[in-house]
Unconditional design. Structure first.
Length: 575
């Protein structure tokens, strides 16, 4: 039950819809019961053909009202006999048939209304969960993604969310609809015949233990299956991103073999999951029919021996009502299995939603309205994992005065980019502190801190949008003239003007419709437009040809004038 309510907590905020769903489910049960109860007078009418029987009942007079089975049956027989003697059997038969049709119609109408109100719950839960995951992914530090695979994270945001959505609906039905059906029917069956209902209470717990054991096995299998799906998506993402290298190194066979191996294992677990899940319905149906057979035998003995108050019509109605217990019992079993699968997905989702946000806003942030004096790295050390013996950086002391340009030059892996990434707090130092105008940047809100900086990375990061929106990325109310001016500074205006729709041209996924040099100049134009007091240039001209590099370097020199710049390079000649 703990796992079940762990899934149900996502319906917080949707209780109004859930309550309406429960209400209409309750009406569905009542209308279903009313339609089945009418079997008693129908069977009495069809099998007790003589008028003498009805005259004898009427001669006894109207019975005293009461809630016992015997009292209610006597009242039903009395009123049925009076209607038959007054209007004839055909008239009563028509009334019973019409009443049953109306009850079945109302049952299905209320059933539809119950599903109508559950739709906003299941889809709202999925929407909220996706928003929560996406929002969490945006605030998690970059260090989190160095240990996770993109494809696996995408699988958690898509297929795992879908599984939880389905599991949530199944949970609602498992807790409210189907148990309500069973409870109402069991109460009525107990009222009809306590002796027969006793067998149900004896045999049902045995079935429950068996189903619970299978559900536990299913959850373990599903968890492994979801993990493998994440691995498949990761391999797909890597293949699409590195297709040029794969083809260039004739690695199609190697990459394809690795994918097929993972896919084979995933398929194996999927088959196992389906087999366990598909076992729920036939298992519950078999148990239900086995109980029905026991009830039929003992009930038949009671009717045939005539030593019980149980009449043939009541017994047949009992069987009909019990048969209505089998579908909700099957549904509960199926729902239980689906909840187990949903819990496995929920466990994977929690690894994101409950991940530590090591870089976050301070509780009471200090205000830095402008950058006036200097940036200072004070005795800074950094390791990618706390507790690592080997630090990437150690004992770094650096002061960058306002308006100065500092170059970080060195071989790959020496920590140049990591040192610069501490300034916008992509990473926090494991020791020491970074200050702006004497204020520790951990005491400043992330939004305000990063608004002081413009960043151009070695790898051009663009989005599937227009040129205009990529240059104006993260800014609002930008005028076209300002975007064009920034593009001219970055030596990008000429090739943008030659595009089919100019600045409104869509550049494709990650700027795939442009060359590497063009993508880099769009990134530089973005930093130019932001016009920040602090610039971080990580090999900003590395993707340009010689002529473009000269022009852009000249533009960057003008941009960096009277601004504080941190330039990352492999060679002094590129600064």
């Amino acid at each position: 039950m703990r796992k079940l309510f762990g899934v149900l907590k996502f319906i917080k905020g949707y209780w109004r819809y859930a309550a309406l769903n429960i209400f209409f489910n309750f009406l569905t049960v009542l209308f279903s019961l009313f339609s089945l109860v009418m079997l008693i007078p129908l069977l009495e009418l069809l099998f007790r053909q003589t008028d003498e029987f009805y005259r004898n009942i009427l001669a006894q007079g109207e019975p005293a009202p009461g809630l016992s089975q015997e009292s209610l049956m006597n009242m039903l027989n009395y009123h049925l006999s009076r209607e038959i003697m007054d209007g004839g059997k055909i008239r009563v038969l028509v009334f019973i048939c019409v009443f049953m049709v109306v009850m079945v119609f109302m049952k299905n109408l209320t059933r539809y209304m119950a599903m109508y109100f559950i739709a906003p719950v299941r889809n709202g839960v999925a929407r909220d969960l996706r928003n929560r995951l996406f929002g969490k992914a945006l605030v998690l530090p970059l260090s989190y993604y160095s240990d996770e695979r993109k494809g696996d994270i995408m699988a958690r945001m898509t297929s795992d969310v879908k599984e939880v959505e389905w599991s949530t609906m199944q949970s609602l039905e498992m807790i409210f609809r189907d148990p309500l059906n069973i409870l109402v029917f069991l109460c009525f069956l107990t009222w009809l015949s306590p002796q027969l209902t006793l067998f149900i209470f004896i045999l049902l717990p045995v079935a429950g233990l068996l189903i619970a054991r299978l559900g536990k096995t299913l959850r373990k299998t599903t968890l492994r299956e979801k993990t493998l799906m994440g691995a498949l998506l990761s391999q797909m993402e890597e293949m699409l991103s590195g297709l040029k290298i794969i083809k260039g190194f004739n690695a199609e066979k190697n990459i394809g073999g690795k994918f097929r191996q993972t896919n084979e294992e995933y398929t194996s677990y999927m088959i196992r999951t389906y087999r366990l899940g598909d076992l729920s319905s036939p298992l519950s149906e078999f148990i239900g029919v086995a109980i029905l057979a026991v009830i039929t035998y003992f009930g038949g003995v009671l009717v045939l021996n005539h030593d019980s108050a149980l009449s043939a019509s009541v017994f047949l109605t009992y069987i009909a009502i019990f048969s209505q217990l089998i579908p909700p019992a099957k549904a509960i079993t199926t729902a239980y299995f689906n909840v187990q699968k949903g819990d496995a997905s929920l466990e994977r989702i929690r690894k994101i939603t409950e991940a530590e946000e090591s870089i976050r806003d301070p509780e009471h942030p200090k205000i830095i309205a402008s950058f006036d004096r200097a940036i200072e790295y004070r005795n800074v050390a950094f390791a990618y994992n706390r507790g690592d013996a080997g630090h990437v950086l150690k004992h770094i002391n650096l002061r960058i005065e306002k308006g100065k340009t500092i170059a970080l030059v060195g071989q790959s892996g020496s920590g140049k980019t990591t040192l610069a990434d501490m300034l916008p707090r992509f990473y926090d130092p494991t020791a020491g502190e970074v200050l702006i105008d004497g204020t520790n940047i951990r005491e400043v809100s992330l939004h305000q801190l990063r608004s002081l900086m413009g960043i151009v990375t070695q790898e051009s990061i663009l989005f599937n949008d227009t040129v205009f929106n990529n240059i104006a990325f993260g800014m609002s109310g930008v005028k076209e003239a300002d975007v064009i001016a920034a593009a001219k500074v970055a030596n990008a205006h000429e090739f943008i003007s030659q595009m089919p729709q100019g600045y409104q041209t869509n550049i494709g996924d990650r700027g795939s419709k442009m060359s590497g040099g063009q993508r880099q100049r769009i990134s530089i134009a973005r930093a130019v437009l932001k016009n920040p007091p602090i610039l971080i240039l990580d090999e900003a001209t590395s993707a340009l040809d010689t002529e473009s590099e000269r022009l852009v370097q000249d533009a960057l020199n003008k941009l960096m004038k009277n601004r504080t710049s941190v330039v990352i390079a492999h060679r002094l000649s590129t600064i």
